[in-house]
Design a protein around this ligand. Structure first.
Ligand SMILES: Nc1ncnc2c1ncn2[C@@H]1O[C@H](COP(=O)(O)OP(=O)(O)OP(=O)(O)O)[C@@H](O)[C@H]1O
Length: 306
């Protein structure tokens, strides 16, 4: 059975169509990325899945149980994008409080100790949360989502607004989760950041799914991108637009041409031949970090921007 199954999930706020008919399947035990630019509808979708936002239309289940039901809530842990704590409490007392609210009894202190060690918060466990760094608060947000040891974690932008060190520590934690057989549904607006550990990805833009599937299949379909500077960018753009190895070309003034390439093998030869025949000098040619550039291009194509 799927950990998350959503059909035609839709949320309108008055005239704002935040989520417009999303279909989604997250398989049990998978690490599934949910990627889209700011305002794409990620948080709203996650809110509907965890039962804090009521869908306008559509339905969704968690482990087969309707979203918002007690049976669904028991199965999931949720770390919101901006977790709110009782900041005068310590991490230890806060996690114990969350455990009690969740109805846990038995060895709650043992569970809290385990989480504090695992999320690298043991040294600060008895200090007030208001002295914690942004990264520590995010890790505490993950810990509170995990107190009741749920099978499914729904994590909203766990790395947003963190410095590189904070990001690296969260990514390490998420990688560890994959070894524990948990299902993780994690959002980000940076595909390249999730690339290191997700198996499947759903890309959304403007409240709709743009693409969904195994990461390897999605990245295989993305276009390679080159930046080219020449002695005559305008003429080179016209020539490349008629070249079979090229999908499209944009002029970025001083930055030169951005060339979206369809045939990776043929393009370098085509470029040098075309420029040579036309007497255009190539000043620099560089290949961009394919994944992120291509992701942004894919989003732009969907919205009709250039
Ligand atoms: N409570 C609300 N009332 C009105 N509009 C809302 C509300 N919540 C979200 N929106 C709008 O819905 C759209 C989707 O927002 P959402 O926060 O789900 O996107 P997101 O992909 O999570 O973006 P971000 O990464 O910036 O949080 C945006 O246009 C947002 O302004």
């Amino acid at each position: 059975m799927a950990a998350i199954e959503a059909t035609n999930l839709t949320k309108h706020y008055g005239d704002i169509k935040a989520v417009r008919g999303i279909d989604l399947t997250v398989e049990e035990g998978s690490i599934h990325g949910f990627v889209g630019p700011n305002g794409a509808g990620k948080s709203t979708t996650m809110g509907m899945l965890v039962g804090v936002v009521t869908p306008t239309v559509g339905e969704a289940t968690i482990g087969g149980e309707p979203v918002g039901s007690h049976a669904a809530l028991e199965q999931l842990g949720y770390a919101p994008q901006k977790p709110v704590f009782y900041e005068s409490m310590t991490a230890r007392s806060y996690l114990q409080y969350i455990g009690k609210v969740a109805g846990l009894d038995g060895n709650l202190s043992g569970r809290v100790d385990e989480l504090l060690v695992w999320l690298d918060l043991a040294d600060a466990a008895d200090q007030p949360i208001n002295g914690y760094s942004g990264g520590m608060k995010r890790r505490l947000g993950l810990a509170q989502a995990m107190v009741h040891d749920p099978d499914l974690l729904i994590l909203d932008e766990p790395t947003a607004e963190l410095d590189p060190q904070g990001r690296a520590s969260i990514i390490k934690t998420l990688r560890n989760l994959t070894d524990q057989g948990k299902t993780v549904f994690v959002s980000s607006h940076v595909l390249a950041e999730l690339e290191q550990f997700i198996e499947r990805v759903t890309i959304i833009n403007d409240g709709q799914v743009v693409m969904s599937g195994p990461l390897s299949e999605i990245t295989a379909g993305l276009l390679e991108t080159y930046t080219v500077k020449s002695t005559n960018d305008q003429q080179l753009q016209d020539l490349l637009n008629n070249c079979s190895s090229v999908e499209s070309v944009e002029v970025n003034n001083e930055a030169g041409l951005t060339v979206f390439v369809e045939d990776q093998d043929a393009f370098p030869i085509d470029l040098t031949t075309i420029a040579g025949d036309a007497g255009i000098g190539l000043r620099s040619v560089s290949r961009e970090d394919g994944l992120e550039t291509a992701f942004l291009e894919m989003i732009n194509q969907e919205t009709g921007e250039t």
